[in-house]
Design a protein around this ligand. Sequence first.
Ligand code: MG
Length: 478
Amino acid sequence: MKVESRTVRAIATTILWAALPMLLGQVTAQVARAAEKPNFVVIFCDDLGYGDLGCFGHPTIRTPNLDRMAVEGQKWTNFYVGACVCTPSRAALLTGRLPIRNGMMSAKRRVLFPDSKGGLPASEITIAESLKSVGYATAAVGKWHLGHLPEYLPTAHGFDSYWGIPYSNDMDAVRGFPNYAQTARKDANYFAPIEQYNVPIIEDTKVVERPANQHTITRRYTEKTIEFIRDHRDEPFFVYLAHNLPHIPLYAGKEHLGKSRRGIFGDVIEEIDSGVGKVLATLQELELDKNTLVVFTSDNGPWLPFHTHGGSAGLLREGKGTTFEGGMREPTLFWWPGTLKPGVRMEMGATMDLLPTFCTLAGATAPSDRTLDGYDLTPLLLGKTDKSPRDRLFYWREEQLYAVRVGPWKAHFITQGCYGIGPQRQEHETPELYHLGHDPSEKYDIAALHTEQIKELVAIAEEHRQSIERVENQLIKR
Ligand code: MG
């Protein structure tokens, strides 16, 4: 018996010693990973509505990967963008500032066009620049729309590399093709010849394809992102993956075309969802998932005049181009397994908050020599508090403050639909007032019942207006 137990002990000791380096290695790797700077992946859609994902209630679009992100991570139901159209919204995300502060919004030209000579000023500090200063590898993949001239491209704004269409996928339109909106209204499965939109793909600063083959664009953006992640697995990285879709014209790859119940718009979303799945799978395969924060959101609400080729804001009012909730509230997901406590977050957040939040998480310093409109969401994300530092949002359209939200209360000073649909422009002597908790669809104006609330919101709006210094407008340069 004694001999046997001694033998067993000897064997056990041998096994332990043999396994020790492996066990120690695992612990060391975990400790090292915890001390590492987290990676950031931002997946940004174009014109995706609040109601367009399965996890945000869409009945005929399947988004199993995003649904999984929502279950394993955090689903934010009060998350906003800094403007209701492409260019200013992107400027807000990357700089943490309202675009009215850096000349990136205009009443005359609401976004940049292929004949534009302006872009995001060099004096602006982007998320990429902030993270680069603490050793991050950075890549922009997809739609840029902050200036297509070399001095404005991602490579001039802190990104090591760029690959994508530098503006909207419906630009550089070629004459002689059927009118997209009219054709699309008749056919929920319609897609245009790619030659109709002579948009380039730019690699860093050089055009490498024209017209871009948009049938494969979503797949290729995902592949470029994955390639970047693999190449930079051993250092902290930030990837900004900005899909051109589901902005019209809509195109889906072969594996997704005709597969959804929602027509080509659904095919597009399902392809984006599948790409998200591939990105998450890559992070898991490389064992980077526990050290990577993935954020999914969109630049503005659905483009409603395109009927079934535009998305849906769900129960929110109006869409892209407006300062109603449907224009500026986005379906947003945060995923970081093991670090973020899963659940639904009803507190307010905005894309402008990503810059200060990422800076904190990366140990970088957020710019302090200028006004930032973003808040550091880290304590809320990490579950150290239930309260968001953001209790307000200022809804600018063109160059005017249209509305303000503080807590659940939202006052509209000006209301206007967009692109010829929705309400006519109206300036309100007494603002319209909605309680977004009780009435997320902005249906019941209760201004007459809450005069004190109005007074408070008017004062907050006025104080905010005073904080804006007018600068050179970048969108009108041509
Ligand atoms: Mg857009």
